[in-house]
Design a protein around this ligand. Structure first.
Ligand code: PLP
Length: 393
């Protein structure tokens, strides 16, 4: 049997591949520390679990409208009004099976074959693959480490061709944790406006920002840019709800309608019970979100110090999300490995610490460490990485 061309070039997620290797070692009885995870280690808050249980027993176990239950759409609209002073109508919202499927449906609804999407690197692993699945062309533009892994307006201008349809802005970013300021967004937005480039604003880590910075959405920059932007968000990272699979998109009515039609033929609707759980997440007090953020912030401070103290490891300090993305090229060279991929593999084999090589994120010199795990584990992992680096000097 010959598989369809569209899946023949599809690469498996590098984050899931390293997790599989780490799990195989764990199954053999090894004491593995996995820093590959892209999900909070906290449990979903109790009141959300109770709301899901109540929904089940209240009979909310049937299909819902494809774009989501009206009450959740209203809660999402209210959240963006309160947090970002943005106004959306009900027909400008779709609830989806995770933010990942919001993006998948968006690319399917937006792109004709050969149309280009600018993807700033380092990027989240699924963007290029999803664009290709929609027969679009990802145009990867490398954001420089010395510019805090952020694209400049000049880089955006240079990447635009007559086939450019959209650009992705993921702030705070997975994997770098970088955050665009309002001023930076204004300048990039100006270029997008001039060339009529649509903006995909992935705001999934919006609630996880540490220190001074605040989250600004491209849709807040001006009314014109709001009309040119689709917001992608969800409850996975903010409310420790990765397994519930609830995300959403906010934007142009025509586009949302097309995405809803597509969803009606693919998922029918996001899981009913999970929608009620997400409704509780958005309409109840948010102190659990703050508690998790405080814990992440504390871990970031500690892990950043431990990791940057290791010889040959340099790191731009993240402003959000729950990842460090250090440049390990000097350590890899001093340790006599040919590539970061080989170094990561040897680290897992010898010291049983699982990191994700930067190659999967379009950045060959870096590794991604997730600090969605306990401080004890982070400290032990840092010691093991140091031991590994020193042993191979
Ligand atoms: N966007 C980014 C940048 C992510 O890191 C992730 C998850 O890892 C997603 C979107 C998808 O999130 P969800 O769990 O809601 O599908």
């Amino acid at each position: 049997m010959e598989l369809a061309k569209r899946v023949q070039t599809l690469t498996p997620s590098s984050t899931l591949a390293i997790t599989a290797m780490a799990n195989a070692l764990k199954a053999e009885g090894h004491d593995v520390i996995g820093l590959g995870a892209g999900e909070p280690d906290f449990n979903t808050p109790e009141n959300i679990l109770e709301a899901a249980q109540k929904a089940m027993y209240d009979g909310h176990t049937k299909y819902t409208p494809s774009g989501g239950i009206p009450a959740l759409k209203e809660a999402i609209i209210k959240k963006y009004k309160v947090d970002h002073q943005l106004t959306y109508e009900t027909n400008q919202v779709i609830v989806t099976t995770g933010a990942k499927h919001a993006l998948y449906t968006l690319f399917q609804a937006l792109l004709d074959p050969g149309e280009e999407v600018i993807v700033p690197a380092p990027y989240w692993v699924s963007y290029p693959e999803q664009i290709k699945l929609a027969e679009g062309t990802p145009v990867v533009v490398k954001a420089l480490e010395e510019n805090d892994f952020k694209l400049t307006p000049e880089q955006v201008e240079e990447a635009i061709t007559d086939r450019t349809k959209a650009i992705i802005i993921n702030s705070p970013s997975n994997p770098t944790g970088m955050l665009y300021s309002k001023d930076e967004l204004e300048k990039i937005g100006e270029v997008c406006k001039r060339h009529n480039v649509f903006i995909i604003s992935d705001e999934i880590y919006e609630k996880l920002i540490y220190g001074e910075g605040t989250h600004v959405s491209m849709a807040q920059v001006s009314e014109e840019l709001k009309n040119q932007t689709i917001i992608i968000n969800g409850v996975s990272k903010s409310h420790a709800m990765t397994g519930w699979r609830i995300g959403y998109a906010l934007g142009d009515e025509k586009l949302i309608k097309a995405m809803t039609n597509l969803a009606s033929h693919s998922t029918s609707n996001p899981t009913t019970i999970a929608q009620y759980a997400a409704l509780e997440a958005y309409t109840s007090p948010q102190e659990k979100v703050e508690e998790m953020k405080t814990a992440f912030s504390h871990r970031l401070e500690k892990l950043y110090d431990w990791i940057t103290d290791i010889p040959g490891v340099e790191c731009v300090k993240p402003k959000g999300a729950f990842y460090l993305f250090p440049n390990v090229s000097k350590a890899v060279e001093a340790n006599n490995f040919d590539s970061v991929d080989d170094w990561v593999k040897a680290l897992l084999e010898e010291e049983k610490v699982a990191l994700v090589p930067g190659s999967g994120f379009g950045s060959e010199q870096n590794v991604r460490l997730s600090y969605a795990t306990s401080l004890d584990q982070l400290e032990e992992a840092s010691k093991r990485i140091r031991r590994f680096v020193e042993k191979h000097q």
